[in-house]
Ligand binder design. Structure first.
Ligand code: ZN
Length: 188
């Protein structure tokens, strides 16, 4: 890697991932973050001009029959990939594509992720008292895993949920409601 990786600050205002017409694919990918979806009956691959600015085109497999594949969510005219994309050669970019935005994975304050109250409410309602992995919960709710993960973090900050620190990452549970005052009085 010859140039320094852009910091979040320098890229946050132009880190949209824009889907270009796939007809003349390589021609249409001009700027960092330009993307083209290759479909043959179903989404086969996503090509992205690397958002780091190195100029390489990333080929992201979406076809599970060809081995490791990313899941792509296309909702409200925005693109999301799950899990994160980690390039182990070249520029070593590691990022999350969530709702057309690139989030670099070396940047770990999650407070900028914008969540709707609606998803937080749904996640809280569905969150069991036993730990559950957020991906599994997302599957149950038919939601994008990143949305559910961010909702879990937000609920944790509000002390309505907690993360499992002792085991695998990515597990959350609803915090048991504190005993009612009446119950406490009885125990006292
Ligand atoms: Zn790159």
């Amino acid at each position: 890697m010859t140039s320094a990786k852009p910091t979040w600050e320098s890229i946050r205002h132009n880190s949209q991932c824009l889907l270009k017409p796939a007809r003349y694919i390589l021609d249409s990918l001009r700027q960092s973050g330009d993307a083209a979806l290759v479909q043959r009956g179903m989404p086969r691959m996503l090509l992205i001009k690397c958002p780091c600015g190195c100029g390489d085109t990333l080929v992201i497999n979406l076809d599970q029959r060809l081995g490791h594949a990313w899941r792509m969510y296309s909702r409200d005219q925005s693109l999301t990939l799950f899990p994160s994309y980690w390039r182990d050669d070249g520029c070593k970019s590691h990022f999350i594509l969530w709702k057309n935005r690139i989030y670099w994975c070396d940047w770990d304050d999650d407070s900028i992720w914008v969540n709707s109250n609606d998803i937080e409410k749904r996640v809280l309602e569905a969150l069991p008292h036993q730990y559950i992995n957020y991906e599994k919960l997302a599957e149950q709710l038919q939601e994008i895993p990143w949305d559910v993960l961010q909702a879990c973090h937000a609920l944790t900050r509000k002390a309505l949920a907690e993360m499992n620190h002792s085991r695998r990452k990515g597990e959350f549970r609803r915090i048991a409601k504190p005993a009612s005052k009446a119950g406490q009085l009885l125990e006292d």
